[in-house]
Ligand binder design. Structure first.
Ligand SMILES: [Zn+2]
Length: 302
């Protein structure tokens, strides 16, 4: 009860800070590249605007949270039952018995990496690994995994219950190590300073290495088919709204594949008959973007 009251009180304070920002016109530039101005794409809760940066093309919430506010939010206020509740020992055992086919299965991503010829003993960075369910599956499949998680309780769970090595940031990874895949699902929409992270990720990749990210889909194609749902997927928690426009500029010089997934059936929206292969990325295709989740795959030039 006390915890709940504290959380409500802190949320109220956050709201007042945002109100102050709006009145003083603070924290209104692009949180990623610092770009000024830009077009307002949507609004929420009277205070928040979603603005497209004219420089880096990222859509992000204004006012944005300065870093210390963002860290405070994620360490003490962030609560999302599907994400922040840890499984019991019995639940964990049953997930492991089923090789996680019954909970957050990574089979689709493992298949994708095989099709893209990622070496089976390659190094994968699982950025924002939560309590480790994905890292565990990567390790079971033979990959070497470097897990990264900011949340201390979830990182501790991954270490203690799954025996994973968990780092607190990309800069904490083994010095100089180059990796085959930089992987994240449902993390980048929360990151306060995206540009810095993407630069670190790209530096860490080997030539020919893959960048993979799945996020809520900010693309216009999804907005056109379901405006109400599209509108709900950015806001207090999701400060960045990634879309095809941003990724195409971000990876302008890299082989690239953009696709989406519907959370109604979790199927990748690929045209019938299209097989994923390394050569496919060279054509920089963008398939049906009308799904709820956006997937970007980019390959670092050799
Ligand atoms: Zn920007």
């Amino acid at each position: 009860m006390r915890k709940k009251i504290n959380r409500q009180w802190s949320k109220g304070l956050l709201f007042l800070q945002c109100l102050q920002d709006v009145l003083l016109n603070r924290h209104m530039a692009c949180p990623s590249c610092g770009g000024q101005g830009g077009a307002t794409v949507d609004r929420r809760f009277l205070l928040f605007s979603l603005v497209r940066c004219p420089q880096c093309k990222l859509m992000s919430r204004r006012p944005f949270d300065p870093l210390e506010r963002s860290v405070h939010f994620y360490q003490s206020l962030y609560h999302e039952p599907a994400v922040t509740i840890l499984p019991s020992d019995a639940e964990l055992e049953s997930f492991k018995q089923a090789n996680f086919r019954t909970y957050n299965s990574f089979e689709a991503w493992l298949r994708l990496f095989a099709q893209l010829e990622v070496p089976r003993d390659g190094v994968i960075v699982d950025f924002g690994c939560n309590w480790g369910y994905g890292s565990w599956q990567f390790r079971q499949a033979g990959y070497q995994v470097r897990s990264i998680e900011l949340s201390q309780p979830r990182a501790a769970f991954a270490r203690e219950k799954l025996g994973l090595t968990v780092y607190s940031g990309v800069d904490q990874l083994p010095p100089g190590e180059q990796v085959d895949v930089f992987f994240s699902t449902h993390v980048l929409e929360h990151v306060a300073s995206l540009q810095g992270l993407l630069e670190q990720a790209c530096q860490r990749l080997k030539p020919g290495g893959l960048f993979f990210a799945m996020t809520p889909n900010g693309s216009d194609a999804f907005r056109r088919v379901d405006e109400a749902w599209w509108h709900l997927l950015w806001g207090r928690k999701h400060c960045n709204y990634l879309d095809d426009v941003f990724w195409r500029q971000q990876f302008a010089a890299w082989p690239l594949l953009l696709l989406s997934r519907s959370i109604k059936d979790y199927q990748l929206r690929l045209p019938a008959g299209v097989q994923v292969s390394p050569a496919l990325l060279d054509e920089r295709p963008m398939f049906d973007m009308a799904g709820h989740e956006l997937i970007v795959l980019a390959r670092k030039p050799r």
